[in-house]
Design a binder for this molecule. Structure first.
Ligand code: NDP
Length: 255
């Protein structure tokens, strides 16, 4: 379990959900993980404690994405944390995971320009500039993994604006994969289906039973189901995969 020893990783939005599970899995493989979060410091601290309890290494970085100066603030904290622990600022693995969704029940007719801008600022603009800012820190053979959504392949009108942002993040994957291939850096998208992120809806058995029907396996995904896919893409074994859309939806897209 040390496929990522001596590697460093940033997982945006790893205080909770899929990001937390990803941070845990990367750390379990030996990576030093920057646990990024926006506001939920207690949850980020819990992620770090879970990692350390298992013998891994992690540190927290707070930065709200989607506001002016967001990526600069993120990288100030990230570089400081890396320097303190490794003596340098090499960043081997970037996981663009943090995102916001359209609030439940908002119809396409009711999406406001402000809400639209916020979705794009957090889910598309921030990941683009995170990749751009990470380029000088990424060594040859580095890894960029962008978390998309099965909703770029399946229509859900309530989430049209959110899904548009995920279409955008897949474009980051496509074009940076070509741009960074000469350096052996791979760039891939991972698309979860409905995944238990610990949110309140997953405490309602009827809702979970209904959501489970969407997967070919007839269960909702667990965060670690997605984290394992991301972790594989971060390893040397995944060196021949780049520019890919990886369906990690438990067969939801089979229809
Ligand atoms: P959660 O909602 O459980 O967690 C979101 C994480 O992102 C938290 O760590 C949160 O930090 C952080 N975050 C949210 N907004 C901001 C912001 N403005 N600035 C910085 N950090 C922020 O996420 P999920 O685990 O559900 O989703 C993870 C990824 O998977 C997302 O990209 C999502 O779109 C995608 N996805 C999820 C699916 C699902 O069913 N769960 C399905 C398909 C795709 P804090 O704790 O501080 O608020």
């Amino acid at each position: 379990m040390d496929k990522l020893s001596r590697k460093t990783a940033l997982v945006t939005g790893s205080s909770r959900g899929i990001g937390r599970a990803t941070a845990q899995r990367l750390a379990a493989e030996g990576a030093l993980v920057a646990v990024h979060y926006a506001t939920n410091e207690d949850a980020a601290q819990e992620t770090i404690e879970l990692i350390e309890k298992d013998g891994g290494r992690a540190f927290g970085v707070r930065a709200e994405l989607g506001v002016p100066g967001d990526v600069h603030a993120l990288f100030l904290g990230l570089e400081r944390g890396l320097k303190e622990r490794t003596g340098g600022t090499t960043l081997d693995i970037v996981v663009n995971n943090a995102a916001v969704t359209t609030p439940a029940g908002v119809q396409p007719e009711d999406v406001t320009p402000d809400e639209f801008d916020r979705l794009f600022a957090v889910n598309a603009k921030a990941p683009f500039f995170i990749v751009q800012r990470a380029l000088p820190l990424l060594p040859d053979g580095g890894r960029i993994i962008n978390i998309s959504s099965g909703l770029t392949r399946v229509a859900n009108p309530d989430q049209v604006a959110y899904s548009m942002t995920k279409g955008a993040i897949e474009q980051i994957t496509l074009h940076f994969a070509r741009h960074l291939a000469p350096r052996g850096i791979t760039v891939n998208s991972v698309a979860p289906g409905i995944t238990n992120n610990g949110g309140p809806v997953f405490d309602i058995p009827e809702a979970v039973a209904q959501m489970a029907q969407l997967s070919a396996f007839k269960r909702v995904g667990e965060a670690v189901d997605v984290a394992d896919v991301v972790t594989f893409l971060a390893t040397h074994e995944a060196r021949w995969i780049t520019g890919a859309f990886i369906d990690a939806s438990g067969g939801t897209l089979l229809g």
